[in-house]
Design a protein around this ligand. Structure first.
Ligand SMILES: [Zn+2]
Length: 282
């Protein structure tokens, strides 16, 4: 089953043009006519201090060293309609890694924002000016209203910005760009939004910050993190989304999922209620 899915969803790492970038800095997946590239801001390890509601026996089993793989990333979508960036990282390595695709920030037509935390919107500005000077920005109205940083940063966007109300998961959201739908995934922040890509019958869900510690949040999705505005709602949303993508075999991409950042979620047969993540490079 895994191989069938893997074959229908072609992956390739962009080794060729990376002169200075590490092998883990980008990973490209094809979704129909869209190329989707994980642009790494950082690959690192997370600690136990951010976990909420993790049982000590689960930590001993799933995070025996006390550290787990983590990342900060943005996603570049190269669609027939142009270049779209989903989140901006802090704005440290995204531009350089975008360069491995032959693109510059000025080539980006639209920036989609999953939510208004600094590791997602910090890169909207560079030296106080729009880092993506030709882009319009799309953000949920709820996060725009909630975040002073978002309002301050977007006020500088001469390319304009739009606030949206994402749709429900059951309807796979509402279309915001051709082949891209915004889905409400509230809890991590008041307006946390996922983006579903669809092209030629293939899909990919960019789920933003649905998870921060895959090592324990896959087997125990009820574990939340201190970054979650509403840890209870975040856990409820996580359970709904994991169920949905595993039942519908929709590949996912996450901003804090370690390299390659993209893969499939499957129910864990040995662990009822838990899930396994199959990275796309495996
Ligand atoms: Zn984040």
């Amino acid at each position: 089953m895994m191989f069938v899915i893997a074959l229908s969803f072609l992956f390739s790492t962009a080794y060729a043009s990376k002169l200075h970038a590490a092998a883990s800095d980008t990973f490209t997946a094809q979704v129909g006519d869209m190329s989707v590239t994980m642009l790494s801001e950082a690959q690192r390890e997370g600690g136990l201090d951010i976990l909420i509601g993790a049982a000590s026996e689960d930590i001993a089993e799933f995070i025996p060293t006390g550290l787990y793989p983590s990342a900060v990333a943005a996603y570049l979508i190269e669609s027939p309609d142009g270049a779209i960036l989903v989140d901006t990282g802090f704005g440290r390595e995204i531009e350089r890694n975008m360069g491995t695709r032959g693109l510059k920030p000025s080539d980006v037509k639209t920036v989609l924002i999953t939510h208004a935390h600094g590791d997602h919107i910090g890169g909207l500005l560079k030296d106080g000016a729009p880092a993506y000077p030709n882009a319009g920005v799309i953000i949920s109205k709820l996060d725009y209203d909630w975040s002073a940083q978002a309002r301050a940063y977007l006020s500088k966007y001469t390319g304009g910005f739009e606030t949206i109300t994402p749709g429900e998961l059951a309807a796979e959201g509402t279309e915001v760009l051709p082949g891209i739908r915004a889905i409400a995934a509230y809890g991590h922040t008041p307006g946390h939004t996922m983006f579903m890509l669809e092209s030629k019958g293939e899909k990919l869900l960019i789920w933003g910050d649905l998870t921060h510690a895959m090592a324990i949040q896959m087997p125990r999705p009820g574990v939340s993190v201190t970054y979650d505005s509403d840890p209870v709602a975040a856990a409820r949303t996580r359970l709904e989304v994991l169920k949905y993508v595993s039942e519908n075999k929709i590949p996912i991409a996450g901003m804090h999922v370690a390299f390659p950042g993209i893969g499939l979620v499957e129910p864990d047969g040995d662990n009822p209620g838990g899930y396994k993540f199959i990275p796309a490079d495996k």
